[in-house]
Design a protein. Structure first.
Length: 296
């Protein structure tokens, strides 16, 4: 089953914000928010926190899957509104989120998102600045959230070097960011932007888990048997997409720009606009072609 809206997923787990750029809330005694979407969604997340927790400042942790603009964008806003909030992320992400060049790019992409979607979602620009990470997380860490709720940290690089996924054993839920791919029209879009080999290893790692709830980075939450089916299909689709890039690299004598231009023309259309604007799609595609061309 696929849930394509925000709200209750199961007892203790909620999707907040907008279903295309959700942040997932665990209402354990020490509540946890997974990811922080884009900056402009900050007020929407805050409103949902107040609705589900009674008061927003009850939120204890904000755990980031990685340092891309649409997963960390509202973190500064939420930290400002909830001063006691502890932000957790991978060590590399903690460094990236302080780097002036990275902060500038994240700010620009967040502003671009508002320009593209302000007429659709009803959002305004929210300032983005450097993020200070309080909790450096690594593979095997476990966060005790009280009441029998725990969150297990799984390193899942490949989409980026700093990708983390989070597994909640009590409800067999996996929050994986883009480490497992995203919906693309009627199929799956692979997301290996930093390393194909790492991405495949990460996919196989999480596919071995007992997952009954798979919270995808964009446009949907899978339940029942569908998480296992999605993860299996994601592995197959990733292998196929790599082969497609290799074929085009051969056809165009290694001309990466021509490969990107061709795949962009074939794959990008307005039906995925709410999942990813064209500028972000292009940046990811350029990275994927580079990864394959360089054998990473």
């Amino acid at each position: 089953m696929i849930l394509e809206q925000t709200g209750k997923i199961c007892d203790g787990l909620y999707a907040t914000g907008h279903y295309s750029i959700p942040a997932f809330l665990l209402t354990s005694p020490a509540p946890v928010l997974f990811d922080a979407g884009v900056a402009a969604m900050g007020p929407h997340y805050l409103k949902d926190l107040e609705m589900y927790l009674g008061k927003a400042d009850a939120l204890r942790y904000l755990l980031l899957t990685h340092s891309h603009y649409d997963h960390c964008g509202a973190a500064p806003f939420l930290k400002d509104k909830i001063p006691g909030l502890q932000i957790g992320a991978d060590a590399h992400a903690a460094e990236v989120l302080q780097r002036p060049g990275a902060v500038k790019l994240i700010r620009a992409l967040n502003d671009n998102f508002v320009e593209v979607f302000k007429g659709t979602i009803g959002i305004e620009k929210i300032p983005f600045g450097p993020i200070a990470v309080d909790l450096i997380l690594k593979d095997g860490d476990e966060l005790d959230c009280g009441g029998g709720w725990t969150v297990q940290v799984i390193e899942t690089p490949g989409h980026t070097n700093d990708c983390l996924s989070y597994y909640i054993p009590k409800i067999k839920a996996l929050i994986a960011g883009e480490a497992v791919g995203v919906f693309h029209n009627d199929g799956i879009q692979p997301e290996f932007s930093s390393s194909y080999s790492d991405y495949m290893t990460s996919l196989e790692k999480v596919a071995a888990l007992d997952v009954e709830i798979l919270a995808l980075a964009h446009k949907g939450v899978l339940t029942g048997d569908d998480p296992g089916i999605f993860l299996k299909n994601s592995i197959e689709t990733t292998v196929s997409f790599k082969g497609r890039i290799e074929d085009y690299l051969d056809r165009f004598s290694g001309d990466r720009e021509k490969v990107v231009e061709t795949i962009l023309g074939e794959d990008y259309d307005e039906t995925i606009l709410m999942q990813q604007d064209k500028k972000s799609f292009l940046l990811n595609l350029q990275a994927q072609v580079r990864v394959v061309a360089e054998g990473k």
